[in-house]
Design a protein around this ligand. Structure first.
Ligand code: NAD
Ligand code: UDP
Length: 355
């Protein structure tokens, strides 16, 4: 499990890092962060749910390379590598259920291919796992020691069980001394660059409010989630990769603030001037009723905790989506209506409350 000490820029600080899923929402922020820190980044992505726009500002960066590849059929990588992050996998329920067999294969074959690459290059490895490994949890909040309550035959299983199997691969490779593998169990993350049609709750509610469409709430809206801003998550992922003594098990990364979906919808309605109403729709099968991370381990091992309050992060994300929708070819009739004396976003005093 020796780690390569190579440097490409002559000053000893830059590492060669492969980010699988680097054109996605979280992956593109990770690529940004790694380049800003002076590293060289190879982004591997098949653009299934990612978007070239996310990495467009990076393509001319001298230390960035994009390989359009499916991790299930990973080709050779010529350069030495110091670190591999595996974020390749659709994360939104509607997207990962669209081709469930491919999702499962991405988790198993894709992770296996990337672990083999990391072994070959003697690179450290961070796996983006998920709070979905806890399923519909019967323990609350969720600690890493909780073994979960997952339906292995339901429509979410391709993702939940795929991610659980990927964790198994990581810990077996680690126990065998073949890869310095680390596993982050990521809880719901939000922020700029979520895809507007992704189907996830934060992007759905914001886009619906901005376009005057009804805000869709599945079930009663009393189910809970915990929302972590993407900048906080990136700090956590890089801390996990770089902590000297690798944690022996998975580490939860998420914001322990817990909100019902109804509360989240109200926050969005406070931030956007809109005529949108609430529309209730059926709750999807196996939708977890509540979710909140216990981050004691991340605090202790990584000295990490989220910093951005939800209201502040949501306001920033609303701004980003508003700018995105105005830039894109969304019909003008569907854009938020503004009077000259109205601000699109709610008054600043609403943004200062902690989450
Ligand atoms: P995303 O869908 O925006 O990004 C995933 C990226 O992986 C996309 O760019 C997609 O094109 C790429 N991809 C998918 N299958 C691939 C394959 N077979 N080969 C190559 N590339 C492939 O999702 P995200 O929110 O950025 O999530 C990134 C990772 O974090 C995922 O592994 C996800 O499971 C995990 N995660 C995310 C959240 C969250 O709330 N966003 C929560 C828990 C875990
Ligand atoms: N949800 C909702 N309306 C939407 C999208 C999602 O009420 O338009 C609910 C969904 O049923 C779940 C929660 O919001 O209870 C979070 O959904 P998301 O797809 O963002 O992530 P999950 O945590 O379920 O993977």
């Amino acid at each position: 499990m020796k780690r390569r000490a190579g440097s490409f820029n002559g000053n000893g600080s830059g590492k060669r890092i492969l980010v699988a899923g680097g054109a996605g929402f979280i992956g593109s922020h990770l690529c940004d962060r790694l380049l800003e820190s002076g590293h060289k980044v190879i982004c591997v992505d098949n653009l299934l749910t990612g978007n070239e726009q996310n990495i467009r500002p990076l393509v001319n960066h001298p230390h960035f390379r994009f390989l359009k590849q499916d991790v299930c059929e990973l080709g050779p990588v010529d350069e030495p590598l110091d670190q591999v992050y595996n974020l390749a996998c659709a994360a939104s329920p509607s997207k990962y259920q669209a081709d469930p067999v491919h999702t499962m294969m991405t988790c198993i074959r894709g992770t296996s291919n990337l672990l083999a690459l990391a072994e070959n290059k003697k690179a450290a490895f961070v796996q983006a796992s998920t709070s979905e490994v806890y399923g519909d949890p019967t323990e609350h909040p969720q600690r890493e020691s909780y073994l979960g309550n997952v339906n292995c035959t339901g429509p979410r299983a391709c993702y939940d069980e795929g991610k659980r199997a990927a964790e198994t691969l990581c810990f077996d490779m680690r126990r065998l001394g073949r890869v310095d593998a680390r596993v982050a169990r990521i809880f719901n993350t939000y922020g700029p660059r979520m895809q507007p049609d992704d189907g996830r709750i934060v992007s759905n509610l914001i886009v619906q409010a901005l376009t005057g469409e009804p805000l869709t709430i599945y079930g009663s809206g009393e189910q809970t989630r915990s929302f972590c801003h993407v900048a906080d998550l990136i700090r956590g992922l890089t801390a996990l990769m770089n902590v000297l003594s690798a944690p022996s098990g998975p580490v939860n990364l998420g914001n322990p603030g817990e909100f019902t979906i109804n509360e989240l919808a109200q926050m969005v309605l406070e931030l956007v001037i809109t005529d949108s109403t609430i529309k209730h729709m059926p709750l999807p099968i196996d939708d977890p009723r509540r979710r909140r991370p216990d981050i004691t381990l991340a605090r202790r091992l990584l000295n990490w905790q989220p910093q951005k309050p939800l209201k502040e992060g949501l306001a920033e994300t609303v701004d980003w989506f508003a700018a995105f929708l105005h830039r894109s070819d969304t019909p003008r009739s569907a854009l938020p209506r503004r009077r000259a004396d109205q601000k699109l976003i709610g008054p600043p005093q609403r943004l200062s409350a902690g989450a």
